[in-house]
Design a protein around this ligand. Sequence first.
Ligand SMILES: *Cc1c(COP(=O)(O)O)cnc(C)c1O
Length: 427
Amino acid sequence: MHHFAYRRGVSHASVLHAEEVDLCALADTVGTPFYCYSTATLERHYRVFAEAFAAAPDTLVCYSIKANSNLGVLTTLAALGAGMDVVSEGELRRALAVNVAPDRIAFSGVGKTKEEMAFALDEGIFAFNVESEPELRALSEVAASKGLEARIALRVNPDVDAKTHHKIATGKAENKFGVPFDQAPSLYRQAVTLPGIMPAGVHMHIGSQITDLSPFRNAFALLSELVGTLRGGGITIDFVNLGGGLGIPYRPDEAAPPLPTEYAALVKEAVGDLGVRLLFEPGRMIAGNAGILVSRVLYVKPNQTKTFTIVDAGMNDLIRPTLYEAHHQILPLVEPTPETPTRITDVVGPVCETGDYLALQRPLPELHAGDLIAVMTAGAYGAVQASQYNSRLLVPEVLVSGDRYCVTRPRPSYDDMLAAERLPEWI
Ligand SMILES: *Cc1c(COP(=O)(O)O)cnc(C)c1O
């Protein structure tokens, strides 16, 4: 469900709109490529998720900033009452910049530095998701030196197969994330004795784009068992953090992923009677369908065996096809007529890499130089991973609400790009 649809346009019969904004007109104003986000879609997805847990009043939905950290997006979600899940000081500063209360922020990640820990402690965040024994000791040192107490959840790796792409599976024993399930009790016993550490919760996040509920069911059953073990050992556990990971549809023809209500029913069954506060860290599920990447066709280049459609957005703007072999639906901004022929084409960017593509061997309505396209479902793990590779300008981001839009991150100039660097004095 999203708010990008064909409607009567300013200069064409039927043009893709973001809510009420004509995307062809927007492309003429902002220039291509650019990301475009829908406020209505962000709000809807946050509400659908949060309302699935309305019966469990002590629930905190911490939007996972790394999916899309645009300040316009974060402000929109913060206004709905979202907490935030951060994985760096930079993300923590973004959450604070949009006035998220520190006690609604959880800090994850395997490589937090002591400086990051100190900053988060000073700000008084809700909890640290601790991923190893050495990290636990480092946090203890930092907190004790400040006379503060860090509330922690150990991130437990349940060794379950999340049945997702191997680059976004995080809950298998061979992944770098979390502590092994069977070592968790002894680490908690150790945590209790460490100065500055207050064990209070258990955390799990087993992967992303999970479209089958059974890995969650298995993981949460283990988590519930662990809470029982810890309580049996006299450790107080007052929250569990079940992470994010709920999948979204990327193809119009694929089976719909589980609904938040189905996920909520599973959660209730697995941990409903533990009497704990529930935390969640959804990212993709909130932002994925709320964003698109708009690009213009530069050239159509036939070779002996195939046709390349060369567009002005590349892997530096959207790396998901290259990194995760991800499929993104591509729509022409001007709606094709029934007479438009379909052609099979590779949609590629200008970057000097064979891996620079947005779609391979894709049947698409025939495209011509100058045509505009939308790469759908690009709101999560899109702009956040953009780079300046090939010295291409960082792609701008636009947030739409109704018939209004705001360029929340403008395209830098080439002068800005060059001014960010310094020359050595010895030449
Ligand atoms: C990435 C991440 C999430 C968000 O995952 P989604 O699949 O986008 O919901 C949540 N928690 C942690 C710890 C993460 O690293």
